[in-house]
Design a binder for this molecule. Structure first.
Ligand SMILES: Cc1ncc(COP(=O)(O)O)c(C=O)c1O
Length: 348
């Protein structure tokens, strides 16, 4: 091995931000009511209403999968169809949690580029869905992943166009915001613009990947979704008893724009790598690098070479690798990866 392991496997592999650890320690005093009846969880509701500039309901949950599946269970019927990208995490990587927690809700992949869904594909899919026919699952919701599972970011206008189609047909808009902070840094917009002002009804709000420890959240903007969510969550065993420790993390995460600072560090690292790699022969990006992930198409021999040089990353299709930058990706990591590719290009 030519240097110590350099880890680009996932943003799940990174450390938790010290600010969140400190917040947990601060929350560890006195007694407090369980299941969200505590003062910190109450303050989280107020803080998110300020942050999103509208009344919201916030439900801390243990994982992003729980956030997605339960947000959709509360938005769709058991005989409902949820439209999503073929690349969407709910479709590729959640073991049909949407169907399980939705008691039968079906995922329907539709076309789009770079991990997005297109409004035209959504309109087309709804048109042929057989609305009102008891033989067919009924259009219920659309899922947008922000940033997408190929590292691209939906523009505000793109979200609005999809929402317009969805709402015109009575569908709910669910955003999987596992990497919302990374997308927001890219867009330079407010949380409100990124979500409900563009038509999002319910949001999976990512924390863990961007410096959190053990919590994400569901944020509900639209009346009619939150009412049943508490029952869905409790039935699924997904309500923290010591909720205050989850709420303390989320409060610290958004305090003083920490979430955006952490995401900016990760995005900057990804942009720096992309800028250097894009000019090299034999390396192409499968999608624009707009957040903290790079999907790189290159010769399979390069991927084997990277592995034996001690780089950790995910292989996707043959000849495609995913490199994920985190808030704690270092200059050393960036220089090691780009240096390896440069050396390889010079030798070939
Ligand atoms: C886009 C996206 N959504 C949701 C999740 C699910 O998160 P978790 O693994 O915490 O369930 C992930 C995790 O990789 C993800 O990348």
């Amino acid at each position: 091995m030519s240097h110590p392991l350099v880890d680009f496997r996932s943003d799940n592999c990174g450390r938790a931000a010290p600010e969140l650890i400190d917040a947990l320690v601060r929350a560890n005093n006195d007694t407090a009511l369980g299941y969200g009846g505590d003062a910190l969880t109450a303050s989280l509701q107020k803080r998110f209403a300020e942050l999103f500039e509208t009344p919201v309901r916030v439900f801390p949950v243990p994982t992003g999968t729980a956030a997605n599946a339960l947000a959709l269970a509360a938005s769709a019927t058991p005989f409902g169809a949820v439209y999503c990208s073929p690349e969407a995490h709910i479709q590729t990587s959640e073991c049909n949690a949407t169907g399980f927690f939705g008691s039968g809700t079906k995922l329907v992949p539709i076309a789009g580029i770079h991990g997005k869904v297109s409004p035209e594909a959504l309109e087309g899919a709804i048109a042929v869905a057989g609305k009102g026919l008891a033989h067919k699952s009924q259009p219920a919701a659309v899922n947008l992943v922000q940033a997408t599972d190929l590292g691209a970011v939906y523009g505000i206008d793109e979200i609005a166009a999809i929402s317009q189609v969805a709402h015109a047909h009575g569908l709910k808009v669910h955003m999987d915001g596992a990497r919302l902070a990374n997308a927001m840094v890219r867009l330079g917009c407010t949380p409100a613009q990124a979500t409900w002002r563009s038509g999002v009804d319910v949001l999976s709000f990512g924390v863990t990947k961007n410096g959190g420890l053990l919590t994400d959240a569901i944020v509900v903007f639209t009346p009619g979704v939150a009412e049943d969510l508490g029952f869905h969550l409790r039935r699924a065993g997904l309500v923290w008893s010591k909720m205050r420790f989850a709420s303390a993390q989320i409060m610290a995460y958004v305090a003083d724009d920490l979430w955006l600072r952490l995401a900016r560090q990760a995005n900057d690292a990804a942009s720096e790598i992309a800028a250097q790699l894009e000019s090299l022969p034999g390396v192409t990006m499968a999608a624009p690098v707009q957040a903290n992930e790079l999907f790189v198409d290159t010769a399979p021999a390069n991927l084997a070479g990277l592995e034996s040089a001690g780089f950790l990353f995910q292989r996707r299709a043959p000849g495609r690798a995913r490199f994920v930058c985190r808030w704690d990706t270092s200059e050393h990591d960036i220089a090691a990866l780009t240096g390896w590719f440069r050396k390889q290009a010079a030798a070939s």
